[in-house]
Design a protein around this ligand. Structure first.
Ligand SMILES: *[C@@H]1O[C@H](CO)[C@@H](O)[C@H](O)[C@H]1NC(C)=O
Ligand SMILES: *[C@@H]1O[C@H](CO)[C@@H](O)[C@H](O)[C@H]1NC(C)=O
Ligand SMILES: *[C@@H]1O[C@H](CO)[C@@H](O)[C@H](O)[C@H]1NC(C)=O
Ligand SMILES: CC(=O)N[C@H]1CO[C@H](CO)[C@@H](O)[C@@H]1O
Length: 529
């Protein structure tokens, strides 16, 4: 036992040492490769696009704005940035314009009608972007799988239906990673999405098109889902807000792939947006005001205890947290302490470094449908080894991360003991977290150890999503917030984690930091020539 532990320590030293040489070297090589094509999108200039969804809806209700004009502005913005960003994979512009026009007509007739009130339709006429994996009537739902590319949804999924009832108008579907299982959004159906702040960088995944579309200023609201960080990582890389809702709060139905077995415990659907004030109204609509979470209860931020955790304490094969991210997090925490009077406690939780093992063990135990099964669409299973050989000669219809995950899954039985141990660690960690987090406390943690890497670079850091995946294992609500730009002009951010069903608490902290402009979306390209 002692020997095993020693070997493990030595091994992790070696890796760290290797990392020191390796990271600068690969960074250098990647930058040489990608710098030739680097661009940033032009800043958003149209005032209509620089308002929160709540405000847009208010102005449409009072007839200061016309729904059709707002929709046209959003569409024009997509068309302006699409060539660089490639976030939108299926437009529904004509239908969206018709729907906006019809709404205008009704509002012109009687805009004070009860049906259009703020309570009934908080997102009256607001353009809505949706992750392609969700069903929107008449739109594709292939999740980047070539064999499903002609599929069209026959009806809206529950969250889209609810957002429509609240007045939002879906106008486009956005890119994802293949089968939503990687943190770079690229696939063989729609190609790759690039970061609006610097096109040499990733947008994250799987809800990457969503984050890029919102960050580039085209959409103000979006819908994402998160089984290992798929809302929070893209929100982080693109500098917007994203909320992973408490387990069971928002319906997951109507997305492909849909989690099966107890994988559902890890999956959560939630809002993505540019302005913090839209998070809570969106969550209310998406959860249909589920009573459990008491979203209307006020939160007194000054009474909060903030548990600040700097990093995972040295997870194997997980990158160290970038010093710029640590500084940004420290600044935000300092603000909460000094300006708001919250109590800050620096802490660490030793089990956090086993995040990947615990996540893997939870997924294996869930007994859901196999990934190789999903890769094949509806026709049996894909053989990942064969796909790897085909990939090497450029003939596979799958992406490398998907093939690698398929291979990994095939070897999963070898990890039986590791999984058993990980589940024990998990139980201890969950107990510790449950005692820490209540209605008067949150935990602050980095969203990701590295600022948006270059395209394809995530293949070198395949386990860095440990920072987000950790909280899926417990099903907790987490709000990812942006924290300005780094020296390289790329978004930074952090996670605010709350206790089960205390979504309103992490969101309240996000709102408070947004009010002080500590947490905010930055117009991409602003300040550059
Ligand atoms: C996706 O579209 C197909 C029809 O092509 C439909 O059968 C399926 O239910 C849709 N998926 C979801 C999640 O709605
Ligand atoms: C994008 O990143 C590259 C590599 O770090 C850098 O050389 C370039 O200046 C950046 N471009 C912009 C517009 O920030
Ligand atoms: C927490 O740690 C940071 C350094 O990481 C330090 O600046 C801060 O004062 C500490 N806060 C408390 C409350 O101990
Ligand atoms: C790179 C790539 O394939 N982009 C496609 C993304 O989806 C849109 C809409 O379907 C296409 O027009 C692009 O060509």
């Amino acid at each position: 036992m002692a020997v095993a532990k020693h070997v493990q320590t030595v091994f992790s030293w070696l890796l760290t040492l290797l990392g020191w040489v390796f990271v600068p070297l690969t960074n250098y090589l990647f930058s040489r490769w990608y710098d030739k094509t680097v661009r940033t999108v032009q800043p958003v200039e149209d005032e209509v696009l620089l308002k929160s969804a709540t405000e847009i809806a208010r102005k449409i209700r009072s007839r200061e704005l016309r729904a059709e004009d707002v929709m046209s502005a959003s569409i024009a913005r997509v068309q302006r940035v699409q060539g660089l960003v490639n976030a939108v994979v299926a437009p529904r512009y004509e239908d969206a314009i018709v729907e906006a026009r019809e709404l205008d007509k009704k509002l012109d007739a009687d805009s004070s009608a009860e049906e259009f009130s703020e309570t009934n339709m908080p997102f009256l006429g607001v353009p809505l972007s949706v992750k392609e994996a969700f069903a929107v009537k008449g739109m594709p739902n292939c999740s980047g799988l070539v064999s499903r590319k002609d599929y069209r949804s026959t009806q809206d999924c529950p969250v889209v239906e609810r957002l429509r009832r609240a007045g939002a108008i879906p106008f486009c579907m956005t890119n994802i990673s293949e089968l939503c299982m990687w943190y770079e959004s690229a696939n063989r159906v729609y190609g790759r999405t690039s970061n609006p702040y610097n096109t040499s960088r990733i947008v994250g995944g799987s809800s990457g098109g969503e984050a890029a579309n919102i960050a580039s200023g085209a959409a103000v609201l979006g819908v994402g889902s998160d089984i290992g960080g798929s809302i929070r990582m893209p929100a982080f890389f693109c500098g917007i807000f994203g909320h992973r809702s408490s387990r069971g709060l928002v319906p997951n139905e109507g997305q492909f792939p849909m989690a099966t077995g107890s994988e559902v415990d890890l999956l959560s659907t939630g809002p993505m947006c540019r302005y913090a004030e839209d998070l809570l109204p969106m969550l209310k609509v998406m959860s249909a005001n589920n009573k459990q979470a008491q979203l209307d209860e006020k939160v007194d931020v000054t009474k909060l205890t903030i548990y600040n955790i700097e990093d995972d304490g040295g997870g194997l094969l997980v990158s160290r947290v970038d010093p710029q991210l640590k500084q940004a997090q420290a600044r935000a925490v300092h603000y909460l302490q000094t300006s708001l009077g919250a109590t800050v406690k620096n802490t660490s939780i030793s089990k956090f470094k086993y995040a990947i093992d615990m996540w893997g063990a939870k997924m294996t135990k869930s007994g859901g449908k196999s990934f190789c099964d999903y890769m094949r669409g509806d026709q049996g299973e894909v053989n990942p080894l064969k796909e790897l050989l085909l990939w090497l000669v450029g003939r596979s219809k799958h992406t490398l991360p998907a093939i690698a995950l398929g291979l990994f899954e095939k070897g999963d039985h070898l990890l039986e003991n590791v999984n058993k141990r990980a589940l024990k660690s998990f139980d201890k960690m969950e107990e510790e977290i449950t005692t820490l987090l209540d209605e008067n406390s949150v935990l602050i943690y980095p969203t990701h150890p590295k600022i948006a890497p270059y395209h394809n670079q995530p293949l070198l850091y395949p386990f860095n999503w440990a920072y987000t995946g950790l909280f899926n294992t417990m099903g907790l609500p987490v709000t990812a917030i942006p924290l300005g730009l780094s020296r390289e002009g790329l978004p930074m951010g952090m996670q605010i984690v709350a206790g089960m069903n205390y979504d309103r608490v992490s969101i309240a902290v996000a709102e408070e930091l947004a009010r002080a402009k500590v947490a905010e979306w930055v117009n991409p390209g602003a300040g550059l020539d």
